[in-house]
Write a protein that binds this ligand. Structure first.
Ligand code: GRF
Length: 205
């Protein structure tokens, strides 16, 4: 059954936050009905995206690691998410791996965007990996987060050609444009509830 209740979304960032901005604008423009971004969390106090989030009218929260264990750090984030009654978590350039404890707290309720066509080139430096490998097409992937590295069920992908004269920067810039669209599209699907996860496949109902 389609979801008509408001889905409360938190976005986790570590840096620039351009995907966070894209999701915020998609919600504001009605592209993602029945959704509300209730919190933007950063593990970095100087994340550029924090100011943008505030300017967009979002509540922000900085949760620094500060030498604590991953579990302690995550426990503080999870508590804030629970306090804000968050239904769905979007990772948007959040540069930390989540523990299984975090993932189990939001099963199939955490989304991530990765700048390659997974399962190719998971982890860091995806654009570098794509150029070194010599692929002719790369792209971006929105997937559910599980306890594998960038390995959860794929919700949506976009293909981007790799040009002969591409540098990491030019390829990243073209992929980023697609990231902003495909993340909003994937989030709209998940918020709508019109999908099911069958094995590894996310299929529309
Ligand atoms: C994006 O390329 C995203 O795919 C990757 O980290 C980058 C974050 O960019 N996970 P931004 O902070 O959303 O601008």
């Amino acid at each position: 059954m389609a979801n008509t209740q408001t889905t409360r979304i938190a976005i986790l960032i570590s840096g620039r936050g351009s995907n966070m901005i894209a999701l915020s604008k998609a919600v504001a423009s009605g592209l993602i009905p029945n959704a509300r971004i209730v919190l933007v969390v950063s593990d970095k106090p100087n994340a550029v995206g924090l100011q943008a989030a505030s300017e967009l009218g979002h509540e922000t929260l900085i949760v620094e690691r500060r030498g604590r264990s991953r579990e302690e750090h995550e426990a503080e984030i999870i508590a804030a998410l629970r306090e804000h009654k968050v239904d769905l978590v979007c990772l948007a350039g959040y540069m930390r791996l989540l523990s299984s404890c975090f993932i189990e707290a939001f099963p199939h309720r955490i989304l991530n965007i990765h700048p390659s066509l997974l399962p190719s080139f998971p982890g860091l430096d995806a654009h570098h990996q794509a150029l070194i490998h010599g692929v002719k097409f790369s792209g971006c992937t929105v997937h559910f987060v599980d306890d594998t590295l960038d390995g959860g069920p794929i919700i949506a992908q976009r293909v981007v050609p790799v040009l002969d004269d591409d540098s990491e920067e030019t390829l990243a810039a073209r992929i980023l444009e697609q990231e902003h669209e495909v993340y909003a599209e994937a989030l709209a699907l998940v918020v709508s509830g019109n999908y099911e996860v069958v094995g590894r496949r996310v299929v529309k109902k």
